[in-house]
Design a protein around this ligand. Structure first.
Ligand code: AMP
Length: 308
């Protein structure tokens, strides 16, 4: 099974209490594909500028990620600058430069067309929709977005939501999208916009899977919570959400059947990948990771939550 992902491939400048890094390789599709590549084949659709060179290309190649859908354009790659000085759970954006993404027309290589899984990582919802429309026969479509698109590009985003099976967003975004501060009601409202399942990420507190609108007054039987790994140091939270998504969706794509149990385990693999991503700056930790370490941490998660 393979996953096609569309999203940003970027340079990030990041400041956290642990230090600062300028122009390191980032982008939602980058974190997602590195994380998912430990579970299944991954193919990327994106655009980069002339500043994207062999060193960056090698990061994808080392994980066997298919980059034939990464177009090179004249100009500079997407650039994002953010900090986490007051709150490690929420990035403060200082600068977003779309650069080559501003005029991007996604083209899906013929070799990608048999992908059964599609992930619409965080990017302009107009682009997400275009890619979704060119791959109508996929088995499962999941997507992500952020406050920037929820606030200023709502109509386009609502069109994307109609075509999603699973939406992954953080809790501030879920409340903002639904216009309701109660998370259970917000989840119900978001699912009424299209997705059959919603994963709400709570940063260092884990993530909640909502599937199916629960009966009035309680939806516990259709809710599943995965914890986050208690870590003694979070170096850089950037990409935690995309790495969660990569672990979650990568694991789903690697399974023969999508049972409720598989969805629950996928939530744990999401948490595992998010927990690794934050241990170093940028994608450094994901580049150094092994499948053995992933399985080891999955077992730790089991112990963390086992009752008997
Ligand atoms: P997260 O998993 O939410 O921490 O995602 C972090 C990544 O999102 C960074 O590597 C950024 O390059 C990327 N990013 C930030 N803003 C945007 C945006 N408006 N559109 C697409 N990608 C973005």
């Amino acid at each position: 099974m393979s996953i096609t992902v569309v999203g940003s491939v970027a340079y990030d400048s990041i400041e956290t209490p642990a230090g600062r890094r300028d122009r390191c390789l980032g982008g939602a599709a980058t974190y997602f594909s590195l994380a998912a590549s430990f579970f299944t084949d991954v193919r990327v659709i994106a655009v980069v500028g002339e500043d994207f060179g062999p060193e960056q290309e090698a990061v994808f190649a080392a994980r066997n990620i298919d980059t034939r859908g990464i177009e090179r354009a004249a100009g500079k790659s997407f650039f994002w600058e953010g900090s986490y000085l007051d709150n490690l759970n929420e990035a403060k954006t200082h600068n977003t430069e779309l650069n080559v993404f501003a005029a991007f027309e996604p083209k899906i290589p013929a070799a990608y067309r048999d992908s059964q899984f599609l992930f619409l990582a965080n990017i302009d919802p107009v682009l997400q929709r275009r890619v979704r429309e060119t791959m109508p026969d996929v088995k499962l479509v999941a997507g992500d977005t952020m406050n920037y698109w929820i606030k200023d590009h709502r109509p386009a985003l609502l069109e994307v939501l109609k075509g999603l099976d699973v939406l992954l967003i953080n809790d501030t975004e879920a409340r903002m999208l639904a216009g309701d501060n109660n998370l259970v009601r917000a989840a119900r409202a978001v699912m009424a916009m299209g997705p059959r399942a919603l994963i709400v990420k709570h940063g260092e507190y884990g993530a909640t899977l909502f599937h199916g609108a629960g009966p009035k007054g309680g939806s516990a039987e259709r809710t599943f919570r995965a914890p986050a790994m208690p870590l003694d140091e979070v170096v850089d939270p950037t990409g935690a959400g995309d790495s969660f998504a990569g672990g979650f969706f990568g694991y789903l794509a690697s399974q023969p059947q999508l049972t409720p149990g598989v969805f629950r385990r996928a939530m744990f693999y999401g948490s595992v990948m998010g927990s690794f991503a934050v241990e170093r700056f940028g994608t450094e930790r994901l580049q150094q990771l092994s499948r053995q370490e992933i399985d080891g941490r999955f077992n730790l998660f089991r112990e963390l939550t086992h009752l008997d």
